[in-house]
Write a protein that binds this ligand. Structure first.
Ligand SMILES: Nc1nc(=O)c2c([nH]1)NC[C@@H]1CN(c3ccc(C(=O)N[C@@H](CCC(=O)O)C(=O)O)cc3)C=[N+]21
Length: 284
């Protein structure tokens, strides 16, 4: 079997064309969606992701600004800035780039964001709404994965979805969204015994482990759908996923590449959430 590649960059391009029109309609009503990104410290990878978010916002007509804070910023100072943004009706979406410096507690920052502006979908209120299947801001990477599957009309209902990884931002929520779509979901992680026994059963395998090219053809069932969430920078500067793409694609029916897979979809879902946030506030 030779796999069909699900290109997240091309799908993002299509979705952005649609969003551009939606934003235009809102602008004609006098509403320009606005995203504020906060970045603390100068992690080069974080800076490059934030540039990607700004560029994509520009492309669809969302206005954005970035608040750059020194690594020495205290938690109290950061929370004060978030409070001001919560109270600023011209700001529809607030995103605090992760990871944060060690001395700032991530959980206290996340809960300080007004859930109606939480375009990352990380606030416990929004996680709760996602679990009960209510309309809310879905976390961007998991929402991007579901959108990729749906774009190819891949059946989720009744399938065995195996999720490798249990982070709060990818593994746990993607399993929940797959469950909401009526998949049978298994979570595996670093303490799982006999990983292969599980991956071999997967109709849909989501790999979010953070280990370069850890998964290959020997882990897979013939015809499986493989979603690679890994973004690993190698010594030569190139990017690779958690899946050995060339080997895996020999047995899969669909597979996502790295780069140009899940990464661009994450940003596209952020734009979608920002438009939703702007609409929510104005009642449009
Ligand atoms: N509050 C918060 N929200 C996030 O959504 C968030 C975050 N913090 N911290 C870091 C991670 C990582 N992330 C990526 C987004 C896009 C690509 C992306 O577009 N990648 C391109 C390649 C980009 C390149 O060449 O470096 C691709 O895969 O094709 C990757 C990673 C969002 N994150």
């Amino acid at each position: 079997m030779s796999a069909e590649v699900i290109n997240g960059k091309d799908l993002s391009y299509e979705l952005k064309q649609e969003m551009k029109e939606e934003v235009n309609v809102l602008k004609h009503k006098g509403l320009t969606p606005h995203l504020t990104v906060i970045i603390v410290g100068d992690n080069p990878a974080s800076k490059s992701y934030v540039r990607g978010k700004q560029k994509a916002s520009d492309e669809v007509g969302i206005s954005s600004d970035v608040i750059e804070l020194p690594a020495s910023t205290s938690e109290e100072e950061l929370l004060q800035i978030i409070t001001e943004l919560n109270n600023d009706s011209t700001v529809h979406g607030i995103l605090v780039q992760l990871p944060l410096p060690e001395h700032i507690r991530e959980e206290s920052v996340i809960v300080s964001i007004d859930p109606s502006k939480d375009v990352d979908g990380f606030h416990p209120v929004n996680i709760g709404r996602m679990m009960t299947g209510e309309d809310t801001f879905l976390p961007c990477t998991p929402a991007g994965i579901i959108t990729m599957l749906k774009s190819k009309n891949i059946e989720i209902s009744g399938k065995h979805a195996v999720v490798l990884g249990r982070s709060n931002i990818v593994g746990k929520p993607v399993g929940q969204l797959l469950l909401n779509e009526n998949a049978t979901v298994t979570y595996c992680h670093s303490r799982t015994n006999d990983l292969k026994a599980f991956t071999k059963q997967a109709d849909i395998l989501v790999v979010a482990l953070g280990i370069p090219e850890m998964i290959n053809d020997t882990h897979l069932k013939e015809g499986a759908v493989v979603i690679d969430v890994g973004i690993n920078r190698l010594d030569d500067g190139s990017l690779t996923g958690d899946v050995d793409f060339d080997r895996a694609k020999e047995v899969t029916s669909y597979i996502t590449p790295v780069p140009r897979g899940v990464g661009p979809m994450t940003i596209t879902m952020l734009l979608k959430n920002t438009i939703k946030a702007a609409r929510g506030l104005s009642g449009n």
